[in-house]
Design a binder for this molecule. Sequence first.
Ligand SMILES: NC(=O)c1ccc[n+]([C@@H]2O[C@H](COP(=O)([O-])OP(=O)(O)OC[C@H]3O[C@@H](n4cnc5c(N)ncnc54)[C@H](O)[C@@H]3O)[C@@H](O)[C@H]2O)c1
Length: 260
Amino acid sequence: MSSNGGRLAGKVVLITGTGGGQGRVAAQIFAREGAKVAGCDIVAENQAETERLMQAEGLEMHSTGGVDLADPEQSKAWVDAVAEHFGGIDVLYNNASLPRFAPFPLMSTEDYQFTLRNEIDVMWYPAQAVWPHLVARGGGAITHIGSLAGIIGLRDLPQSAHAATKGAIIGMTAQMAAEGSKDNIRVNCISPGVINSPPVQEILAIGAESPLLPIISKTLNGKPGEAEDIVYAALYFCSDEAKWVSGSHLIVDGGSSVLI
Ligand SMILES: NC(=O)c1ccc[n+]([C@@H]2O[C@H](COP(=O)([O-])OP(=O)(O)OC[C@H]3O[C@@H](n4cnc5c(N)ncnc54)[C@H](O)[C@@H]3O)[C@@H](O)[C@H]2O)c1
């Protein structure tokens, strides 16, 4: 689809964590669907690579590297700069995160606090910064990325802190949707299963002992999902096609949580 038309034609969309994985693919697909995309990442060189890949395809993006979105001031500065650049904001795709993993009884306070900061604060502050811009626009959409980790337990993967944060993201979706309704702000959440992106590739590299293999074996094709499987779900939530959808939580996991 050319950038003159598409399912997001003319919409100003902020995507967090566009330096890799799902965020990079989201920037590409959303731009192809006509969105005016603004992306940022804490890792400047990865963000620059996304910028380069998009330019090579003739796609435009307002790109900012080195932004720590878990810091309220940096979040607000990025959001306000994008709003000024494009003259407003329509959508926030809250994707960025960085968890640490350890068995519950052994996790250090530092790693636990790090995970809370980089999985809850990292979504809370951009959403709070975007909110007044959506109100000023007469409404808009926020799509959070949760996780299957927020709903089910895995025997072999020590992820209690990650489960706590993603459970929080799923939980705050309904309340934010309720509070946003009077201003025509829709808030939804997608919980991915195992997706073939850089953090998962690292865990799969362990080989036959990888703790992700049991859940991957439960998917409908026995494989992890691809980034685009999540991005296409987000494309729906972020577009006007979902104008009557708010407070929803969609699990996109290849069926792994129910195909037991
Ligand atoms: N990959 C999976 O299997 C899977 C499963 C369930 C949920 N998710 C969720 O999907 C989303 C995308 O994950 P991914 O697999 O693409 O991972 P990823 O690590 O490839 O991408 C996340 C991006 O967020 C950026 N980021 C992290 N902390 C940041 C901060 N404080 N400020 C700015 N940028 C920051 C990272 O640098 C990275 O580029 C995340 O919310 C993740 O929790 C992933």
